[in-house]
Design a protein around this ligand. Structure first.
Ligand code: GLN
Length: 488
């Protein structure tokens, strides 16, 4: 039976752990062994068998004592952007090599309280900046569907761990698409909740007005279980966490979607969307119509502007957030320097990668006197208009659907030294991020090279349950989310 353990999702594993069909220690060992066997994928940055097994033994004790923790003993892994006491945290950067946090991120703590066991930390783009995971200081991650392709980013390690069954689920973070895009590229399910649903405390900050945590798993049901544990107010530690009570996102999963109005923005099907992706999305929308949903044509007229707007605002915030890495309090410090200023300069020059440096420079530039009004302020104004466009659209529909990305996963090195190629591919995830809306990626087919395609669903604020319900109904009628890459 333990040979099939890795095929189980979170919901089923939790059931078997509760009935003591399998122990938390057995489950943890099984997944750790798989992680080791497939180390060449590059998904894990850190594991610690002793720490994991100690958590697993504690979970077994909780189960034996009749504790009703919903996820007791379920092993998961965390994107290495969440600080953890039991494992090192690097954010994919040389800057934090060997860093160990004295505390757990709120999301990590909440999941631990719900009973999960941590398998380790997962690779990601440096400080979550990227779309291919190639910006990690610790090497690229390979897509298990085709080892010559990228897994997407920045939560590439998370998506690969789940897709290759090295973990039943993982945490991710999404600032401009980093949960949805790698989920789409690796054929798994992921959800980014409404901005503020999950606490950002202990999530190493990239762009604070956009950063949001969410689960990545096989199914909408698994995501719902994890999201219920992750969300909730954290007023003392994150002032932007919403004062909304924790919700049980599994409650409405089975509800009918008869009459659900699915808005399809014409801008999400413009030139640049490849024919294979378009075909998979069209088929998914047809499936939804079969399930009783109605297709409504809508417009999000400022979709294209989301790219320049995001790539002004996110670097601006990053330039400020990353100023804390100065060699003084934590992280890397240059060995040789002349004076304090020289120490700052050498430390940062040595330990930040190219993309991070590029964003710090862009961010500092757009915030500087004389350019602030021309770039930063202008971007903020358009950001508001983009959010308003969504509210206009939600008068005609209940959810919005379209592709997550214009193409399937590209090959490693394909975008070479052209960061703009990466930026442009974010076009469909950025608008929802700028508006702070919840969004999902749902496996909906395969495109060029047999690579997975994800359907993006965007909901209005606080409509996570509705998105999960729509995704669950789709997954009851299809099996894309159950397909496994060959050899895994
Ligand atoms: N690809 C986007 C970027 O590079 C989004 C990253 C993210 O969501 N963390 O900024």
């Amino acid at each position: 039976m333990s040979g099939q353990l890795h095929e189980l999702g979170v919901a089923e594993l939790a059931r078997r752990l509760r009935t003591r069909d399998v122990s938390a220690v057995e489950a943890a060992q099984h997944f750790l062994a798989r992680g080791q066997a497939h180390a060449s994928l590059g998904a894990y940055l850190a594991t610690d068998e002793q720490a994991t097994l100690a958590q697993a033994r504690a979970a077994d004790a909780r189960i034996a004592a009749g504790d009703a923790a919903p996820l007791a003993g379920v092993p998961i892994a965390h994107k290495d952007i969440f600080v953890t006491r039991d494992f090192p945290t690097t954010a994919g950067s040389k800057m934090l090599e060997g860093y160990r946090s004295p505390f757990d991120a709120t999301v990590v703590r909440r999941l631990a309280e719900a009973g999960v066991v941590t398998l380790g930390k997962l690779n990601c783009d440096e400080f979550a900046m990227g779309s291919s995971n190639e910006n990690s200081a610790y090497g690229a991650v390979r897509n298990p569907w085709d080892g010559s392709r990228i897994p997407g980013g920045s939560s590439g390690g998370s998506a690969v761990a789940v897709a290759a069954r090295l973990a039943p689920a993982a945490t991710g973070t999404d600032t401009g698409g980093s949960i949805r895009q790698p989920a789409s590229f690796c054929g798994i399910t992921g959800i980014k909740p409404t901005y503020g649903r999950a606490s950002r405390y202990g999530m190493i900050a990239f762009a604070s007005s956009l950063d949001q945590a969410g689960p990545m798993a096989h199914s909408a049901e698994d995501c719902a279980l994890l999201l219920s544990a992750m969300c909730g107010p954290d007023p003392d530690r994150d002032s932007t966490s919403l004062d909304a009570p924790a919700e049980d996102f599994t409650r409405g999963l089975d509800g009918s979607i008869e009459g659900l109005r699915i808005g399809v923005p014409k801008e999400f099907f413009a030139e640049g969307v490849s024919a294979d992706v378009r075909a998979a999305i069209d088929a998914a929308l047809a499936q939804y119509e079969k399930l009783g949903a109605k297709r409504v044509e809508i417009s999000l007229p400022r979709t294209e502007l989301s790219i320049p707007v995001y790539y002004v605002i996110a670097p601006a915030e990053a330039s400020s957030n990353l100023s804390r890495f100065d060699g003084v309090k934590f992280g890397h410090r240059a060995k040789q320097y002349a004076d304090l200023l020289d120490m700052y300069k050498k430390t940062r020059a040595e330990a930040f990668g190219d993309e991070v440096k590029r964003r710090i420079m862009i961010g500092t530039y757009v915030l500087s006197h004389g350019y602030y009004d021309a770039y930063y302020l202008q971007a903020q104004k358009i950001r508001r208009m983009i959010a308003d466009d969504f509210q206009q659209a939600f008068r005609q529909c209940d959810v919005i659907a379209g592709p997550v990305a214009p193409t399937v996963a590209w090959t490693l090195g394909e975008h070479g030294n052209d960061p703009l190629a990466d930026y442009l591919a974010d076009i469909f995830t950025l608008p929802g991020s700028l508006a702070g809306l919840p969004g999902m990626s749902i496996p909906c087919g395969f495109g060029a090279g047999g690579m997975p395609v994800g359907l993006q669903m965007i909901g209005n604020y606080f409509q996570e349950a509705r998105l999960l319900n729509a995704a669950h109904r789709f997954q009851q009628a299809t099996d894309f989310h159950l397909r496994t890459p060959e050899g895994f």
